[in-house]
Design a protein around this ligand. Structure first.
Ligand code: HXC
Length: 289
């Protein structure tokens, strides 16, 4: 069932209270102002978040990011959902943070309000999140995509960090995640000049893991998410934790963590089921335990 887009902020507050009431239940009937969210896949085990602010090319205003966080919380708390896809429109994944909203901010307000502090929610998701990027992914839009676990691009996608042209710099992880993804030289060129990468260049640089025709992008991302969701949810979370640690830890520590997590898989029923199903030559049935 789709979550309908409505412009009344009352509807957003209603959605927020419904999502967070009691045991963090999530309603696919909830109403958001800036996004659409619904469950996809044959088994409805994929949470889809679509940024939906077309007149501003999905510029990331604060309200939009709060709604993304609410939808993520909802999908994270939904045991049916095994993976999440974030997408935008065919023209824009997101053209960056909302420049009109930021235009008149001054340092004391930015600092006191800890501006952007809640924009990192995607990077702390425990369930895998795929960014499906069509069109512009610029500034905060590129940063949002890079917070996801992998990026699929439509063949007309464009990635860039053009903040330098506005007299500022990336503020939601762009200088860090882009550098880790594409290396220092290209990251420097992009951040210092505002140069954009095409989908094909992004693929070559290792920023994205697949390029698809525009119309097939979301179905392909959903298929990948369904594949992930069909595996053991608990083992998937461990695999994701281990890979993410590669960005935080020295190699020896990363390998140690990986080994501990590998050992921990032997404390799960799903590890036993996976190997037993292989030996018995039957279809595996994971329970997430
Ligand atoms: C607010 C934006 C916007 C943005 C586009 N719009 N980007 N509004 N913030 N980031 C609005 C335009 O003002 C316009 O609305 C409408 O969307 C359509 O945009 P156009 O410019 O007319 O479209 P087009 O000619 O196709 O050009 C597309 C574009 C261009 C190349 C993407 O809009 C552009 O350069 N946008 C800014 C990209 C950018 O600098 N992003 C980084 C932002 S800073 P109106 O009503 O005026 O017609 C940032 C900081 C990150 O992200 C810090 C941490 C998050």
């Amino acid at each position: 069932m789709a979550i309908f887009c409505r412009s009344a902020s009352f509807a957003v507050r209603q959605a927020a209270s419904f999502v967070f009431t009691g045991a963090r239940r999530y309603s696919t009937d909830a109403h958001f102002e800036f996004i659409l969210a619904n469950k996809r896949g044959v088994k409805e085990n994929v949470g889809l978040i679509q940024l939906n602010r077309p007149k501003a090319l999905n510029a990331l205003c604060d309200g939009l990011m709060q709604e993304v966080n609410q939808a993520l919380d909802g999908f994270e708390g939904d045991s049916q959902v095994g993976a999440i896809v974030i997408t935008g429109s065919e023209k824009a994944f997101a053209a960056g943070a909302d420049i009109k909203e930021m235009q008149n901010w001054a340092f004391p307000a930015c600092y006191s309000a800890n501006f952007l502090s809640h924009w990192n929610r995607v990077s702390s998701a425990r369930k895998p999140v795929i960014a499906a990027v069509n069109g512009f992914a610029l500034g905060g839009g590129c940063e949002l995509a890079m917070m996801c676990d992998n990026i699929y691009a439509g063949e007309k996608a464009q990635f860039g960090q053009p903040e330098i042209l506005l007299g500022t710099i990336p503020g939601a992880g762009g200088t860090q995640r882009l550098t880790r993804a594409v290396g220092k030289s290209l990251a420097m060129e992009m951040v210092l000049t505002g140069k954009r990468l095409s989908a094909q260049e992004a693929m070559q640089a290792g920023l994205v893991s697949g390029v698809f025709p525009v119309q097939q992008l979301v179905p392909e991302a959903t298929r990948c998410a369904e594949k992930i969701a069909s595996n053991s949810k608990i083992i998937t979370a461990m695999a994701k934790e281990a890979i993410n640690a590669a960005f935080e830890l020295p190699l020896a520590e990363g390998n140690r963590l990986e080994k501990r997590l590998f050992h921990a898989t032997f404390a799960t029923e799903d590890r036993k089921e996976g190997m037993t199903a292989f030996v018995e030559k039957r279809k595996v049935s994971f329970q997430g335990k």
